[in-house]
Ligand binder design. Structure first.
Ligand SMILES: Cc1cc2nc3c(=O)[nH]c(=O)nc-3n(C[C@H](O)[C@H](O)[C@H](O)COP(=O)(O)OP(=O)(O)OC[C@H]3O[C@@H](n4cnc5c(N)ncnc54)[C@H](O)[C@@H]3O)c2cc1C
Length: 390
């Protein structure tokens, strides 16, 4: 099937998610991650995370609907459409989908033509698994603290250091890595001009990983570089241009975090509505209580507002606009709203809401990390305030 419109893409994702949800239950994290990617690949959905020019999905419908700036980019509207539907069913399906894009976008944006042609079609087919490695123990919100070093040795680079909180650590085929090529961590330049990105194959000698668990289903861990050598052809963009590549990647994908949040939140609202109508206490359905009716009304209104912010931001980014305010607002409002909605849903389920294995318990855990990764809520406020005030 070749989806030509966002509605067709949404319908396909809905169907894939519905079938995948029971298949992913009860699997250990690595098996679930690999199964999720296999399901996405079979449905040919990973194509939407890669530009059309390098094996990505056809864009006819999107171009007709107002335009993606060019076919060498990834459509944020498509990412958001897919993530909202996939997240509705499974956090794992959602994360495996988006990581293909987030991890490979630095290659699409700044890699050599040869690297793009070799790698990106394999990402689009799900054959290669991508990961994006910025964060370090002393470099989280502030990437100026990046200490992983890359030193030029003839025609290659030698990388030493450690990344942490890297999604797909241990299962990725390659990592797009932000490393220091000049200066010292914490200098006042914030990393501008002193960081460079590289594409590092997972089987490079000297690269190792250590997995750990977070509260939601999410393959994650640390990636260690001990004298890892990569050819200069694996460099992504100019020497010293790494921060721009990294931040440009986040700017492209951040709105889709908000869309995933909306997917989780919509599921929570649906679960709440079903429970409140079915469950009787004091001789009447819970839904007969005005306090709880007001709750679902507010959940619905806040969610719709978040969805409209995502639509606004995704349209603006796809049109090639700067859209800094739109993206920050969408990420901030949608992720905070989703946490609140999932919390209300847990409350509506009473004891069942915190029982391991219940849908709302999983949603509560699924949504929490969204307020932290790809720029925390506080960082979104900083960005928005800078745009408004300065
Ligand atoms: C599930 C998950 C997946 C992730 N995947 C990846 C990945 O694939 N690749 C990757 O590189 N990273 C990844 N990360 C890391 C993530 O991007 C960082 O956790 C995030 O950027 C925050 O950095 P930090 O954890 O070091 O927190 P810190 O930067 O130490 O922040 C701690 C707190 O202080 C606040 N804060 C910081 N600075 C300010 C300020 N100036 N003003 C006000 N408040 C401030 C923050 O908002 C936060 O609340 C992931 C994280 C999680 C949880």
């Amino acid at each position: 099937m070749s989806e030509r419109t966002l509605d067709e893409l949404a319908a396909l994702c809905r169907e894939v998610g519905r079938t995948a949800e029971p298949l992913l239950e009860g699997l250990d994290e690595t098996s679930a991650a690999k199964k999720a990617l296999a399901i996405l690949a079979e449905a040919r959905l990973a194509r939407w995370t890669v530009p059309h020019a390098y094996g990505g999905a056809a864009l006819d419908g999107l171009l007709a609907g107002g335009g993606l700036a060019n076919d060498r980019d990834v459509s944020v509207r498509a990412l958001c459409t897919a993530r909202a539907e996939l997240a509705y069913r499974s956090g794992m399906l959602d994360v495996m989908f988006v990581m293909q894009g987030l991890g490979s976008y630095p290659v699409a944006r700044a890699g050599s033509e040869a690297l793009k042609r070799e790698l990106l079609p394999r990402v689009a087919s799900g054959e290669a698994i991508a990961a994006f490695a910025l964060t370090e123990e002393d470099a989280g919100s502030d990437l100026g603290g990046v200490a992983t070093r890359a030193e030029k040795r003839g025609s290659s680079w030698r990388l030493d250091g450690a990344k942490t909180f890297i999604s797909n650590a241990g299962i990725a085929s390659f990592y797009t890595v932000l490393a220091r090529t000049a200066g010292a961590p914490g200098e006042r330049d914030g990393g501008k001009g002193s960081l460079t990105m590289f594409c590092v194959p997972a089987d490079a000698r000297g690269l190792s990983t250590q997995r750990f668990e977070v509260i939601g289903p999410h393959p994650i861990g640390s990636v260690l570089f001990d004298g890892v050598e990569v050819d200069d052809g694996q460099r992504l963009g100019e020497v010293g241009g790494g921060l721009d590549v990294a931040l440009g990647t986040l700017a492209r994908f951040r709105t889709s975090v908000a869309a995933a949040a909306n997917g989780f939140a919509r599921r929570a609202l649906d679960e709440s509505l079903a429970r409140l109508k079915a469950r009787k206490q004091f001789g009447k359905p819970l839904a007969a209580n005005q306090g709880l009716r007001f709750d679902v009304a507010e959940m619905d209104a806040r969610l719709r507002a978040a969805e409209l912010l995502v639509t606004e931001a995704a349209n603006a980014v796809d049109r090639g606009e700067r859209a800094v305010k739109e993206v920050a607002r969408a990420k901030l409002v949608a992720t905070e709203t989703a946490s609140w909605i999932c919390d209300r849903a847990v409350q509506h389920f009473g004891g069942l809401g915190v029982k391991k294995g219940s849908v709302v318990e999983r949603l509560f855990r699924d949504t929490r990390a969204l307020r932290i990764y790809e720029g925390t809520s506080e960082i979104q406020k900083l960005i928005l305030a800078r745009e408004l005030v300065d």
